[in-house]
Design a protein around this ligand. Structure first.
Ligand SMILES: [Zn+2]
Length: 153
């Protein structure tokens, strides 16, 4: 029933691949061409049919094969990476919890101000260079800094 030369463009039209001018041209043509109208209706019916078919489900054998492939991938190192990552995460969690407990003990009585992490002590100490340094690292850092600024002056 391919009696119209424009039948060849119907698939592209249906897929929305025609540019503006060709599309309007074809739409005009569709009004007076029963062949193209019928062909287009067939595309639409086919599309609806495909859409209504349920997606394929994995058979028992397919599932078994999929599990085997996953197991194989795990043996090839994926599982090892996951274990390392969880170990790192656990360490971070333990360290963070320990720090939180310590901070709560130290500052619970002093104030309800938001607690600063240990590394913030360096910044706090730099506001008063002559004051006592809260940590050895802060003392080293600030001493080095003041020595450098004296050199440059
Ligand atoms: Zn036609």
């Amino acid at each position: 029933m391919a009696s119209c030369p424009l039948n060849n463009h119907l698939q592209a039209y249906f897929d929305g691949e025609l540019d503006e001018s060709r599309r309007s041209e074809l739409e005009l043509h569709l009004r007076e061409c029963p062949s193209c109208t019928e062909e287009l209706a067939r595309f639409q019916a086919m599309s609806r049919m495909i859409a209504s078919v349920p997606s394929p489900r994995l058979s028992q054998i397919g599932l078994y094969r999929l599990h085997n492939q996953i197991d194989q991938a795990m043996e090839e190192g994926v599982l090892r990476i996951v274990r390392v990552l969880s170990a790192i995460a656990a360490c971070v969690l333990v360290a963070g919890s320990a720090w939180l407990v310590k901070v709560r003990d130290d500052r619970a009585v002093e104030s309800i101000a938001p607690v600063a992490p240990p590394w913030a002590d360096v910044v706090e100490a730099s506001d008063s260079p002559s004051g006592a340094y809260s940590t050895p690292a802060a003392a080293w850092y600030l001493a080095d800094d003041s020595a450098r600024s004296e050199d440059s002056q």
